[in-house]
Design a binder for this molecule. Structure first.
Ligand SMILES: Nc1ncnc2c1ncn2[C@@H]1O[C@H](COP(=O)(O)OP(=O)(O)OP(=O)(O)O)[C@@H](O)[C@H]1O
Ligand SMILES: [Mg+2]
Length: 297
């Protein structure tokens, strides 16, 4: 059986190399939430789509959130393959097969969901994930991990592989307390401390929000980026199954997301005249359905 190093070399030769044949390094982002519902998935998807708008980028979003996997609500739009399939076939995959295993959204973003049944959680080990990340890095210019809220071993593998770990929070006390706790635990994990970036989402949500100054004092760190609250725009693009860069390219919210992508990955990622193709693929719209399903549970 072909070993991992050979597989990576082989894929690397076929994949995202520059015009002069040198292979580019890829940027890995891991996006974590201070608690559920703070906007982790919204940021992961929309930063991903902002990056994917540039023709020279190839971006994969890997969903490590197990809870999404058991949601019947998006059965219709379930991609053919999952992280489990890819992990189990690492040795056999080549560049084309790997790309074909991921579902491509019309924005250009490739999606690799976890989607495993609860009893299958052991099917992807930290070692498997390491391997898959190696292959994906050889294939894509950007990898974005939507982390689970469980801070499992897999999440930690992704965080360690990442160049930037975003910790998404909102400006309320329970969230900020979690940020403090999470930062303390993350500081103990080798190599994580210096790559954690606190992102405050939904700024301006309500009058009673804690001030940015107080938030900074509470967590003892700078805020890397503030993302404004815009429920109307966010709900609209989600209901249409399109990313912000397509559905609301001029909104302040979208601009903040593009700036975040720029800060993280450098360069001008802006896509001013983005085409709008509502409903062309619907996997993005699973979140509202999921939120509803959870609300009922
Ligand atoms: N900047 C924003 N402005 C307005 N609404 C937002 C913003 N960001 C996220 N939301 C809304 O917040 C809700 C939760 O978002 P999302 O599903 O991305 O959070 P999450 O942290 O991934 O949640 P989960 O814990 O379920 O994985 C959604 O209804 C989304 O539309
Ligand atoms: Mg989520």
């Amino acid at each position: 059986m072909e070993d991992l190093a050979t597989a990576i070399q082989r894929i690397g030769r076929q994949s995202h190399s520059t015009a002069d044949g040198r292979s580019r390094s890829s940027t890995v982002l891991a996006i974590a939430g201070a608690t559920g519902g703070v906007g982790t998935t919204s940021l992961a998807v929309n930063v991903g789509c902002a990056l994917a708008k540039r023709p020279e980028n190839s971006v994969a979003l890997i969903d490590l959130d197990l809870a999404l996997g058991d949601a019947d609500v998006f059965l219709d739009t379930i991609p053919d393959y999952t992280l489990v399939d890819v992990a189990q076939n690492v040795a056999r995959l080549d560049f084309n097969l790997l790309k074909r295993s991921l579902t491509k959204h019309s924005s250009g973003l490739y999606l690799l969901p976890m989607r495993i049944q609860l009893q299958d959680t052991s099917l992807v080990t930290p070692d498997d994930l390491h391997r898959v990340i190696g292959l994906l890095k050889a294939t894509f210019s950007h990898l974005i991990f939507d982390l689970s809220k469980g801070y499992s071993e897999l999440d930690i593998v992704a965080m360690q592989a990442a160049e930037h770990v975003l910790l998404v929070t909102q400006l309320d006390l329970p969230c900020l307390r979690n940020v403090v706790r999470l930062l303390m635990s993350m500081d103990e994990i080798d190599g994580l401390k210096d790559k954690i970036r606190v992102v405050v989402n939904r700024v301006g949500l309500e009058n009673g929000q804690i001030s940015m100054k107080k938030a900074r004092e509470t967590i003892g760190r700078e805020i890397f980026k503030q993302i404004p609250n815009d429920y109307r725009v966010m709900a609209e693009v989600r209901n249409n199954g399109v990313p912000l860069v397509e559905g609301a390219p001029r909104a302040g919210l979208t601009q903040a997301i593009i700036e975040l992508a720029d800060l993280l990955c450098g360069g001008d990622q802006s896509t001013s005249e983005a085409a709008t193709t509502p409903g062309s693929s619907n996997w993005l719209s699973f979140w509202p359905a999921l939120a509803k399903a959870r609300g009922k549970a």
